[in-house]
Design a protein around this ligand. Structure first.
Ligand code: ADP
Ligand code: MG
Length: 477
C-alpha cells in the first residue's frame, strides 16, 4: 500500500502522524493537569471559607444550642449571606437544620441525611462532595465541623454551583487547543516544504531523463544542492555528458566512415566510366586498372578496420588465447618488417630478448598492433631508420617502435589515437584512413595494456611505447 504513495505523501503523512499524536498526547496531559488544578483550587477556596466561617460560628451556635436565643446567630447568618455568594447550611450534631441560605432547598427539611461530606466531617475532617443539588444542577458541597471547647457542636455545609468551574475549564481547554492549531499548521507547511525539496528535484530528474530518452541529449539538471539529491543530479549530469559524448563520437564515426568510402567510390566510378570507352589506349587502360586496384585495396583496408573497431565496440573482439612463445612471435613480426623496411630503403634495428614471458593477448592482436605501428613507422619515414626494442619490466613488457621520420607536433600526441584523426602533414603526403592507431589503442585497452606517442616535433621522428601486462608466472615448487 505504501508503495503507491509518492515520496511527498509519505513524508507529509509521517510528519503529521508524529506531530499530531505527540501534540494530542501533550494536549491531553496538560489539559488534565490544568483541569485538576482548577477543580482543586475551586474546592480549596470553599474549604478555607468554610473553616473561617466555622470558627466565627462556634460561639453563636453554642449560645443558640444552649437555648439562649437565636439573636447572635441570626446576625451572623445575615452577614454570611452578604459576604459570600456561597449557599450555606448550619446543622447541629444531630443533623437538625439550624439555618440556611434562603431558597437553597431546605425550607421543608428538618433534618438532613448523612451525605458523604457530612460523614467525613463527622470524622473530624473537612468533607467535600460533588453532586446534583436541590435544583438538579451540580454543586460542590464542603462540610466543616463547628467546634466549641474541643467538642463538635454542629456542622457548616457550604455549597456552590460547579458551572463556573466547568466554564473555566472549558475555556482552558479551548485555549490550549487553539495554541496547538498554529503548531499543526506550521508542521503541515514544514512538511510540504520538506517533501517538495525532496520530490521536486526527483521530479526534475524524471523529466530530464524523459527528455533525454526523446533525444534531447544536452538536457542537464540545475542543482547546487550538496545533499543526496544534489549528488544524484550531478551523477545524472555526468551520465548525460558521457552518453552525449558517446553518441556524438558514434555519429561522427559513422559519417566519417561514409565520407571515407565515398571518395574512393567516386574515383572508382570515374575510372570505370573511362574504361568503358573502347577507344582508350592500352597504356592508359592499364594505368586506370592499376588505380582501380589501389582504390579497392584502400577500401578493403578501410572496411576491415571498421569491422575490427565494430567488433571491439561490441565487446566481441577479445579472445582468450595467449602468446605463449613471445620471443619467437616477435622475431617473426620483426623479420617481416625488416624486409619491408629494406624494400623502402630504410635501416631496421630490432632488440628482442630471449625467454620473454607469456603475453595475455591473442597472437592475431599482437600482430595487428605491431603491424600498425611498424607500418606507420615505415610509411612516415621517407628515409632513415626504424627500430623495434623490447624490454622486460616487472609485471609488463615494454615495446618501443621508433623512427627517424616526419614526426608530429607534440601537442597532437593524444589526438593521434582518435578515430579518423590524421595530422595535416600526413594527409597531404601519405595514404591512410586514420584508424590504425585507434585500433591499436582499443585492442590494448581490452587487455589492460596501453600505448602512447612521443615526438620532439615535425621532422624529429616518432616513438610509440607499448606496455602489455605479462601473465603472472606460476610458482613452481
Ligand atoms: N610513425 C609516425 N610518425 C609520424 N606520425 C605518425 C606516425 N604514426 C602515426 N602518425 C600520425 O598519426 C596519425 C594516425 O595514424 P593512424 O591511425 O595509423 O592512421 P593512418 O596511418 O591511416 O594515417 C597519422 O595520420 C599520422 O599523422
Ligand atoms: Mg596507420
Amino acid at each position: 500500500m505504501f508503495k503507491r504513495w509518492t515520496i511527498r505523501q509519505r513524508i507529509l503523512i509521517t510528519f503529521l502522524a508524529i506531530v499530531l499524536t505527540g501534540g494530542v498526547l501533550q494536549l491531553i496531559i496538560a489539559g488534565r493537569q490544568l483541569q485538576l488544578a482548577t477543580l482543586e483550587f475551586y474546592q480549596h477556596h470553599l474549604e478555607t471559607d468554610g473553616l473561617m466561617l466555622a470558627s466565627t460560628l462556634s460561639e453563636s451556635l453554642e449560645h443558640y444550642l444552649d437555648g439562649e436565643g437565636t439573636e447572635s446567630l441570626q446576625r451572623l447568618l445575615g452577614n454570611l449571606q452578604q459576604d459570600t455568594n456561597h449557599n450555606y447550611l448550619i446543622i447541629d450534631h444531630n443533623y437538625r437544620v439550624v439555618g440556611y441560605t434562603a431558597g437553597s432547598g431546605y425550607e421543608s427539611i428538618d433534618r438532613v441525611p448523612p451525605t458523604p461530606e457530612l460523614a467525613a466531617a463527622a470524622g473530624g475532617q473537612i468533607g467535600a462532595d460533588i453532586r446534583a443539588g436541590y435544583d438538579g444542577e451540580e454543586y460542590l458541597f464542603v462540610a466543616v465541623p463547628v467546634m466549641y471547647e474541643r467538642e463538635t457542636r454542629g456542622y457548616l455545609v457550604l455549597s456552590r454551583p460547579m458551572q463556573p468551574a466547568y466554564t473555566e475549564i472549558y475555556q482552558q481547554w479551548l485555549e490550549l487547543g487553539s495554541t496547538t492549531l498554529p503548531v499543526i499548521i506550521l508542521v503541515i507547511i514544514a512538511g510540504l516544504w520538506l517533501s517538495s525539496t525532496i520530490s521536486r528535484p526527483v521530479q526534475q530528474l524524471r523529466n530530464s531523463a524523459l527528455k533525454m530518452a526523446k533525444g534531447e541529449l544536452d538536457t542537464r539538471i540545475e542543482s547546487d544542492a550538496q545533499d543526496e539529491v544534489g549528488q544524484l543530479a550531478r551523477t545524472f549530469n555526468y551520465m548525460a555528458e558521457q552518453i552525449e559524448h558517446l553518441l556524438k563520437t558514434q555519429r561522427s564515426f559513422v559519417s566519417n566512415a561514409a565520407h571515407e568510402l565515398r571518395t574512393p567510390l567516386m574515383t572508382l566510378k570515374l575510372r570505370v566510366e573511362a574504361l568503358q570507352d573502347e577507344t582508350l589506349p592500352a597504356a592508359e587502360r592499364a594505368a586506370y586498372l592499376a588505380e582501380l586496384r589501389e582504390e579497392i585495396d584502400h577500401m578493403a583496408g578501410l572496411v576491415s578496420s571498421l569491422l575490427v573497431l565494430a567488433r571491439i565496440d561490441e565487446g566481441r573482439h577479445r579472445q582468450n588465447s595467449t602468446v605463449t612463445d613471445t620471443t619467437s612471435a616477435l622475431h617473426d613480426i620483426a623479420r617481416h618488417w625488416r624486409i619491408e623496411a629494406r624494400d623502402a630503403g630504410l635501416d631496421f634495428e630490432a632488440e628482442i630478448p630471449a625467454d620473454l614471458p607469456e603475453l595475455p593477448l591473442a597472437p592475431n592482436d599482437l600482430r595487428l598492433v605491431l603491424d600498425n605501428l611498424l607500418g606507420n613507422a615505415i610509411k612516415y619515414t621517407p628515409q632513415g631508420k626504424i627500430y623495434f626494442i623490447v624490454e622486460q619490466k616487472p609485471g609488463e613488457l615494454l615495446m618501443q617502435v621508433g623512427d627517424s621520420g616526419v614526426g608530429f607536433h607534440p601537442t597532437q600526441a593524444e589526438q593521434l589515437f582518435t578515430r579518423f584523426y590524421r595530422a595535416d602533414e600526413a594527409r597531404v603526403q601519405f595514404e591512410g584512413n586514420g584508424l590504425g592507431l585507434s585500433i591499436v589503442q582499443s585492442i590494448l585497452d581490452q587487455y589492460g595494456g596501453s600505448v602512447n606517442a612521443q615526438s620532439a616535433g615535425l621532422g624529429q621522428g616518432a616513438i610509440f611505447t607499448l606496455r602489455i601486462p605479462v601473465v603472472a608466472e606460476m610458482v613452481t615448487p
